[in-house]
Design a protein around this ligand. Structure first.
Ligand code: ASP
Length: 281
């Protein structure tokens, strides 16, 4: 199963003493290269038949962050986000400029046909027949198949978070969701926790979900799972926003709440591995 492969990739980095940032990057690369997830190779289609991908990454030690929005050619958007963080003075690059930057940084670029998958194309055709994107189902698909994200804590006590997505099926007007927005879809701060979100991006932006959770954990220092679950269930969901998140705090506590039918998720630490889809697994 791909999730196990992604966990293996991240765990290999950490067990060799590597950084949380590398572990997050390695895990997300596995998922971006798989056609099964809505990121990289398996990205959904926008209304005009293009794939427009978003990704972001953040390091909890330095609060350095990088993101790309609406890229169409870089094979692995998470590497482009990381290059923005490490090799530019900026945090967020979009569109053609972001693809150009990725190419200049020596990242693999591909023709747009690389991102074609029949399943995503059929989903677009179906969504186009219906009217606007369905607000309760922003990706226009089975909500178990979505955006990918990873959070990690390394031996040095550093946290990192990353997120990558094709966004919402049938999106228009260069719409960006929460995934490339630092503070909305992704945030990491060593003083608190690392967070990566999935779901109806507009709500995650408005509620600045990733940063909100980091702040609550930093200032209130409650239970991570209770705090994350309540943010999604008691605030976002009643307002109309469905989704989920994965969070990991500086003490190694993990929370993976969601308000959708299921969320592919997994965790690994020495001696323990867990992978699940539905709620009570
Ligand atoms: N959050 C993503 C977006 O709104 C979609 C998803 O997570 O499925 O673009």
């Amino acid at each position: 199963m791909k999730l196990n492969e992604a966990l293996d990739a991240g765990e290999a980095v950490l067990s060799e003493g590597g950084t949380a940032l590398d572990a997050v990057t390695r895990s997300i690369l596995v998922l971006e290269d798989s056609p099964l997830f809505n990121a990289g190779k398996g990205s959904v289609f926008a209304h005009d038949g293009t794939n427009q991908m978003d990704a972001s990454i953040m390091e909890g030690k330095t609060l350095m962050a990088g993101a790309v929005g609406g890229v169409r050619h870089v094979r692995n958007p998470i590497l482009a986000a990381r290059a923005v963080m490490e090799q530019s003075d900026h945090v967020l690059l979009t569109g053609e400029g972001a693809d150009q930057f990725a190419a200049e940084m020596g990242l693999d670029t591909v023709g747009t046909e690389y991102f074609f998958t029949q399943r995503r194309w059929d989903a677009l055709m179906k969504a186009r027949k219906q009217s606007a994107p369905d607000p309760g189902n922003p990706s226009g698909q089975d909500r178990k198949f979505g955006t990918v994200g990873a959070v990690a804590l390394d031996r040095a006590g550093n946290l990192a978070a990353g997120t990558s997505t094709g966004g919402m099926t049938n999106k228009k007007w260069n719409r960006l969701g929460d995934s490339p927005i630092i503070g909305a879809g992704t945030y990491a701060d060593n003083r608190s926790c690392a967070v990566s979100c999935t779901g109806h991006g507009e709500y995650f932006i408005r509620y600045a979900v990733a940063h909100e959770l980091v702040s609550r954990m930093r200032y209130i220092q409650g239970d991570l799972d209770q705090t994350a679950t309540s943010l999604l269930r008691d605030e976002l969901f009643p307002a109309g926003g469905t989704g989920g998140l994965i969070a990991l705090d500086k003490n190694g506590n993990i929370s993976m709440p969601f308000t959708t039918e299921g969320m592919y998720r997994g965790m690994t630490r020495p001696g323990k591995r867990f992978v699940a889809i539905y709620l009570n697994e």
